[in-house]
Ligand binder design. Structure first.
Ligand code: SAM
Length: 256
């Protein structure tokens, strides 16, 4: 896939950072000497870590050059490096591994998550938040639109790029034998957005990427127009004219 776009991602910065804040609020650590922010994006989640533990040594990793450049200019005191979560190894065991809105792009959670857990210092915390929205209209309408148009052959596997996450019980069973506590919860945010175009704009920076990046300009515009029509049906105006984007997310905080 093409690189992520930091400024497009930050269009909805407040809404996108809220789950990171809610995740961090449940991290049971008073002192943190070193923390790693996996999939740090433009540094919005790393900045929250810096706010809570100002003296901690912070490392953000990401595969996107654009995101890393944005993170470095936002938070010059932290270290940001290009690395893939799938193969990343910490130089020394951190007190906290924070992964907000990234692990949905990686498979093999049965191996990846225990590996991250054992990377931690004793007593350290693994904090994860993943969107659990593949069955929301925002997402199944992408998959459906992909099958209905001249782009269908090009987009054959686009719906499979993002991993289907497992149930809370599955993650609990995976993590409970590896640590002293596991806290799991699921929340549905309901974001009031200006109109259906804002829903499309929100998703263009994230979930729509595998669907629109393989297309030529003409097909991309036609795909987005067809998708927007379906989104307008699925997200009708509320009494104030806005639309409500329902967004379920799964949270996990495990202590080694
Ligand atoms: C939705 S953003 C999350 C940004 C930030 N953590 C936040 O809380 O808003 C996902 C980020 O994960 C990065 N990413 C995706 N797959 C990755 C991988 N395999 N390894 C490292 N970073 C990855 C993307 O480049 C993107 O910056």
């Amino acid at each position: 896939m093409a690189d992520w776009n930091a400024s497009l991602y930050l269009t909805f910065e407040e809404e996108r950072t809220r789950p990171a804040r809610d995740l961090l609020a449940r991290v049971p650590l008073d002192q943190v000497e070193s923390a790693i922010d996996l999939g740090c994006g433009p540094g919005n989640s790393t900045e929250l870590l810096a706010g809570r533990w100002p003296t901690a040594s912070l490392l953000g990793i990401d595969t996107s050059e654009d995101m890393l450049a944005s993170a470095r200019s936002r938070l010059p005191a932290a270290r940001f490096e290009k690395a893939d979560v799938a193969t990343f190894e910490a130089e020394a065991p951190p007190d906290l591994i924070f992964a907000n809105a990234v692990l949905q792009w990686l498979g093999n959670h049965d191996r990846l998550i225990p590996r991250l857990m054992t990377m931690l210092a004793p007593g350290g915390v693994l904090a994860i938040q993943v969107p659990d929205n593949l069955d929301e209209p925002s997402h199944w309408l992408m998959r459906e639109t992909a099958t209905k148009g001249p782009w269908a052959a090009t987009l054959g596997d686009a719906g499979k790029v993002r991993e289907r996450i497992h149930s809370p019980g599955w993650y609990y069973d995976l993590l409970a034998p590896l640590g002293r506590s596991v806290d799991i919860w699921r929340t549905t945010y309901n974001h009031p957005l200006a109109d259906p175009d804002a829903v499309v704009e929100w998703l263009r920076a994230t979930g729509l990427r595998p669907f629109i990046e393989p297309l030529c300009d003409g097909d991309r515009a036609a795909f987005l127009a067809a998708y927007r029509t379906r989104i307008a049906e699925a997200y009708p105006p509320r009494t104030d004219g806005k639309v409500l984007l329902g967004f379920p997310r799964l949270f996990i905080v495990a202590r080694r």
